[in-house]
Design a protein around this ligand. Structure first.
Ligand code: DUC
Ligand code: ZN
Ligand code: ZN
Length: 470
């Protein structure tokens, strides 16, 4: 069964050209000059033609930072693998890499098996896993070596959340040494959690319990200090490093300095750090700000964080945009922290809107059209060993393809999103451009504003090593 996508502009990380895309089964088999469709459709009556006139034809988005069903803060992230991956598909993302979690005192293997079981048979789109190593010890270091061979080639460590996910500097260095030996990539949540917990305790003792204090105590210096320390530890451990959810100018400066010195240091940011702020969102009146409690936190609009992060995306000091999708409902979940911001589960849902939100950067001239594709699909695929199956439209790649309508306009709302959240962090946000059709491994899953797929369409993807380390 072949499908020809014709009439559109195919956008890659290197340019945009009128071209036709021929799909056979689950795979892209050819990129053709415009007008070749007659020859193709004469071959067989089974061919389908999709008219992409006026649309961008882009590789399906690759979101390398999601937390479906994550148990956290006394509750669990409200999107299951089923609801979260379906929402991702609606937004033009066709692959996620989620975080399996080894909790303290447990074996990596049994934790990973649990995550595999949660996802298996439930996903709408393809998925892979990173492993959060929450207990660095002899056994977990051996397990890291085995996981790399099994397609889990990246490992997240936390400098934040003492007593939960936290690793001390010795544990971090040890995991980095292990990754240096097995080709894995260490992903770092870089915030000084020990200092943050002290400031948080002092704030609450002063009666400062509102959501905004979550952002005030998680000071920018405590992100940049941890980023700096992680970079130095990675140098000592001779390991590559990927900083997750970078939110602040000072932390970016640390990454820029390391990269200018030739270090294998990479970083991602997320849409919330490009659009939302401490004052306007985390500081909303009453308890509304709880919907914006995430870590790293939203930063002050009175500094230059947004502009600096956009600049980092242009200069490639920030290589990837992911979401850190970790949704919690206001009711019964965020509400856990009504009297104490420390008890608000950390996270914002956004897996559905990353492609649209970053496309706004094309509209406003912050980034180019090819850079949009590079940041949201091609580089994440290459960074995490999914390329060239994912992140690119070329013969041999999986037919994960999005038709994007640059002329459509709409606004984001809890009333039109598909994530399992009772609010939207981007309520009322006006969007230029819209996902029109989504194909996942050759199957059309979104068309005419309808979801046509089913749970279990998405398959587990074994990943290779990062292509940025070779
Ligand atoms: N940050 C969040 O906001 N949620 C989950 C974990 C994290 O590091
Ligand atoms: Zn994190
Ligand atoms: Zn995260």
């Amino acid at each position: 069964m072949t499908t020809l996508i014709k009439g559109g502009t195919v956008v890659s990380a290197t340019g945009a050209d009128a071209a036709e895309v021929l799909v056979d089964g689950e795979t892209i088999v050819a990129l053709l000059a415009p007008g070749s469709d007659l020859a193709v459709s004469a071959e067989s009556g089974a061919n389908t033609v999709i008219d992409a006139t006026g649309r961008y034809v882009i590789p399906g988005g690759v979101d390398v930072h999601t937390h479906m069903e994550l148990p956290f803060g006394g509750t669990s992230a409200s999107d299951t693998f089923e609801t979260g991956t379906r929402a991702a598909a609606w937004g033009g993302t066709t692959t996620i890499v989620d975080f399996a979690v080894q909790t303290y005192g447990r074996q990596v293997r049994e934790c990973l098996d649990e995550w595999m079981a949660k996802a298996e048979g439930n996903c709408a789109i393809d998925y892979g896993f990173h492993m959060i190593v929450g207990d660095v010890n002899d056994a977990s270091m051996k397990e890291m070596d085995i996981l790399v061979d099994e397609g889990i080639t990246s490992f997240k460590l936390f400098m934040a959340y003492p007593g939960v996910f936290y690793s001390d500097d010795g544990q971090i260095l040890r995991a980095m040494q292990t990754a240096a030996g097995n080709g894995g990539l260490i992903m770092m949540h870089a915030e000084n959690g020990i200092a943050i917990d002290l400031l948080a305790e002092q704030a609450v003792a002063r009666g400062e319990t509102d959501p905004i204090y979550h952002g005030i105590v998680r000071r920018e210096e405590l992100e940049s200090e941890a980023t700096h320390r992680a970079i130095k530890l990675a140098k000592v451990g001779a390991a590559p490093l990927y900083i997750v959810h970078l939110s602040a100018s000072e932390a970016l400066e640390e990454v820029v300095r390391a990269r200018d010195n030739g270090a294998n240091v990479f970083a991602e940011t997320c849409p919330q750090y490009l659009y939302l702020s401490l004052e306007d969102h985390l500081g909303k009146p009453g308890f509304e700000g709880a919907g914006y409690v995430c870590s790293t936190p939203l930063r002050s609009k009175h500094q230059h964080h947004h502009a600096d992060l956009w600049k980092g995306l242009r200069t490639d000091d920030l290589s990837v945009v992911s979401t850190d999708h970790c949704p919690f409902c206001m009711k019964d979940q965020k509400e856990l922290g009504k009297d104490d911001f420390r008890a608000i589960p950390n996270g914002i849902g956004g897996v559905e809107h990353r492609m649209d939100l970053i496309y706004q950067g094309v509209v406003t001239g912050e980034i180019s059209l090819p850079r949009w594709v590079e940041l949201c699909a091609t580089t994440p695929a290459r960074m995490f060993g999914l390329y060239p199956k994912k992140g690119v439209i070329q013969p041999g790649a999986d037919a994960d393809i999005v038709l994007y309508d640059p002329k459509a306009t709409w606004s984001i709302s809890v009333d039109n999103h598909h994530m399992n959240m009772d609010y939207s962090a981007y309520e009322g946000f006006e969007v230029n451009g819209k996902v029109d059709l989504v194909m996942s491994r050759g199957q059309v899953v979104i068309q005419n504003n309808q979801y046509l797929g089913k749970a279990g369409d998405g398959k587990y993807v074994r990943r290779g090593l990062s292509q940025y380390l070779m």
